[in-house]
Design a protein. Structure first.
Ligand code: SF4
Ligand code: SF4
Length: 316
């Protein structure tokens, strides 16, 4: 059993956070339909029968390859495996699984041509739903092999923090904007996980020079409409997976803007790593090289004592 560490952040408390800004403000029918579908259609499929006949693999390498191949066939754009540490579990939670199979799926750049916007909000939710299907089906595949596992949906009441697990699984590096930048996909992707105690081979974190690049680039910091992205790293926030001090996003400023402006996402869309040789739509659509920004009425930051998602000092 792994119990959350004393430094673990609290789990997402959407209701309390929305209350702190006067209630949920984003009211887009497609978004509402997807949220309902996640709750009513996907949640009941988080659990499933485990085949009593367990498949024997020649080696952990073979098992890992089979699981990863399945994840890609199900629609994942990236998959990696990481050991779960106590600091990867939300405060007050405990799990019995030791490994996370992290899956990522990219969002379509053509939906982020204006940010924040109706299209960018719907695209975020579309990928949350789509990734949800991937982790649900991957979990059932693992159960069919005779192994226990748990779905950790990309949105909702997850027990684990997908970002640190994905960093350990080699997805990329933590950008100044607090999201992972993948060397090929850039920052426009979402994460989900299946956790299990299968005997698998863990991947390794990567250092592709991205975090170093962030130290000289401030595009996301300059464009953030809520002034939530910092100028400097915060040594008191602990090290990231490659030993660098973290950039700490002020979620008390970000969340009120994010939650009232179509999930914002501006920091991802303006990120320089979205605008290099892959600054094109993945399916051949002609797009702008840089998004239009539609920033209106930034709200006041929430009270510092308000419940919010915070990043404490975590040593890795
Ligand atoms: S989501 Fe928007 S408000 Fe939040 S950090 Fe990114 S750019 Fe700033
Ligand atoms: S916009 Fe620049 S500083 Fe911000 S995360 Fe991307 S590369 Fe790093």
């Amino acid at each position: 059993m792994i119990v959350s560490s004393e430094f673990s952040p609290p789990a997402f408390m959407w209701n309390e956070w929305y209350q702190s800004i006067g209630g949920r403000k984003i009211d887009i029918s497609e978004v509402n339909d997807i949220l309902t579908a996640i709750k009513e259609e996907q949640s009941p499929k988080f659990k499933g029968p485990v085949n009593p006949i367990k498949t024997e693999f020649k080696s952990p390498e073979e098992a890992s390859k089979i699981i990863k191949t399945k994840a890609i066939l199900l629609g994942a754009d990236e998959v990696g495996i990481a050991e779960i540490e106590d600091s990867d579990i939300y405060k007050g939670r405990q799990i019995s699984e030791k490994l996370a199979i992290v899956v990522g799926q990219k969002m379509l750049w053509r939906k982020f041509q204006v940010v924040p916007s109706h299209d960018s909000a719907v695209e975020c939710l579309r990928v949350y739903y789509s990734l949800g299907e991937i982790v649900i089906q991957l979990a059932q595949f693992i159960r069919d092999l005779g192994c226990e596992c748990t779905v950790e949906h990309p949105i909702g009441d997850s027990n684990v923090l997908h970002i640190p697990l994905a960093l350990k699984a080699g997805f990329g590096e933590l950008g100044r904007h607090g999201s992972i930048i993948h060397p090929k996909m850039g920052p426009l992707f979402r994460l989900g996980s299946v956790i299990t105690s299968m005997d698998l081979v863990c991947d390794s974190p990567i250092d592709a020079g991205i975090a170093k690049f962030c130290d000289n680039c401030k595009a996301c910091r300059l464009y953030c409409p809520a002034d939530a992205i910092p100028d400097n790293r915060s040594p008191e926030a602990g090290k990231d997976h490659i030993g660098k001090d973290r950039y700490v996003i002020d979620t008390g400023k970000c969340f009120p803007y994010f939650a009232t402006h179509n999930y914002c996402s501006a920091c991802l869309a303006v990120c320089v790593y979205q605008h290099r040789e892959w600054a094109k739509d993945y399916e051949g659509f002609t797009t702008k090289l840089f998004p239009d920004l539609d920033f209106k009425n930034p709200p006041e930051p929430s009270d510092p004592d308000t419940l919010k998602h915070w990043y404490p000092k975590i040593k890795r």
